[in-house]
Design a protein around this ligand. Structure first.
Ligand SMILES: [Zn+2]
Length: 352
């Protein structure tokens, strides 16, 4: 299988740099629609919730209807208060560990399309009591400083209550094998699915491929719910980006996945027990090209597949994930080879 490594790296970095807070994913969905125009799909459209849905018809009218789902949103922040002297309080969109917040850079989307950069601050350690200094403040007790000194000045930048922001970091290729960036959960899946569609573009396969580039996963699997209803699949595969815990201080039984281990296959998580026939199909897809893969240790996390599996009369569903260190933080780290092996596995999964 011929996969353009440079295209995979470039797409990963471009997708990472886009902003896609839950409910505000247009930058990402516009990018995906632009990419889909160059691929052979029979239909692609944006549904009322904002999902990008696509269909590539198979040659066999009785073939499977296989749904590939990857979410376009990322964890982020929403402005909940602006003080008289221009400090911004935020609430989180999705799960973010407060230990990583203080001192990180954030970018907000203003109403005139600009990005407003700020930094997370809290009262300085020098003036706090010792016991307070040892505690991490709640995110609601921190503030974002965008360099304005009044409420009015903040409003003039085009920000207001309800404006959203993400971590601010430009994606970097650290070396031949490694990329650093934000929002790899789950832009990596967008990258994987775009490349799978590219591979399938010049092939006739019996199964019909349905795709949901789903919105609002991080706030409750919302886009997946309506997308699966519309597309009416017979089976489904969620493509995810999951925790690699191959770092100092983590015991083997808690090492959920490892970088370099290839696509991580879920047997069960908190939202789903993967049916045996789907697990076997995933293993068969990996076996076809002797693709390196690993299990994701049960039973951490939940994914769109959990919700998809409960659509209509039920949809047998599985999950494959690209391992990534430090997900839901300022910057994750992952390996190009793990992305490429996932593209290969998902392509084979569609063709069986
Ligand atoms: Zn995710």
């Amino acid at each position: 299988m011929n996969i353009d490594r440079e295209s995979v790296i470039r797409t990963q970095m471009e997708l990472s740099n886009l902003m896609g807070c839950p409910g505000h994913e247009e930058e990402v969905t516009d990018y995906i629609m632009m990419r889909l125009e160059k691929l052979t799909v029979d239909k692609a459209w944006i549904d009322p919730l904002g999902n990008v849905l696509a269909i590539k018809e198979g040659t066999d009218p009785n073939g499977l209807r296989i749904l590939l789902d990857g979410h376009v949103d990322e964890v982020g922040f929403m402005i909940s208060h602006i003080s008289d002297n221009g400090f911004i309080t935020v609430t989180t969109l999705g799960g973010i560990d407060k230990r990583i917040i203080l001192g990180t850079l954030v970018q907000f989307q203003s109403s005139n399309g600009e990005r407003i950069i700020g930094v997370f601050g809290a009262s300085p350690p020098h003036i706090t009591k010792q016991d307070e200094r040892e505690k991490v403040p709640d995110i609601s007790d921190m503030f974002v400083d965008i360099g304005c000194d009044s409420y009015e000045e903040v409003i003039e930048t085009g920000l207001d209550i309800g404006s959203v922001g993400t971590f601010y970091v430009e994606s970097i290729q650290l070396n031949d094998k490694t990329i650093l960036g934000k929002a790899f959960d789950d832009r990596t899946a967008c990258n994987v699915i775009l490349h799978v569609l590219e591979i399938l573009s010049d092939q006739e396969i019996p199964n019909t491929i349905l795709v949901n580039f789903a919105v609002q996963e991080e706030v409750g699997l919302r886009g997946a719910t309506v997308g699966a209803f519309t597309l009416d699949p017979s089976i489904a595969l969620a493509v995810e980006n999951t925790m690699a815990c191959d770092v100092p201080g983590v015991s083997p039984q808690k090492t959920i996945t490892k970088l370099g281990g290839g696509p991580a296959v879920t047997a069960a998580d908190r939202s789903l027990i993967v049916p045996k026939k789907i697990l076997e199909r995933i293993k068969e897809a990996a076996g076809k090209d002797e693709i390196k893969w690993q299990y994701k240790k049960p039973a951490y996390g939940g994914t769109d597949a959990g919700r998809i599996s409960l659509t209509k009369s039920g949809v047998p569903s599985g999950v494959v994930s690209v391992p990534c260190r430090y997900i839901h933080s300022t910057a994750g780290i992952l390996l190009v080879d793990d992305i490429i092996n996932t593209i290969k596995l998902v392509s084979n999964f569609c063709k069986i």
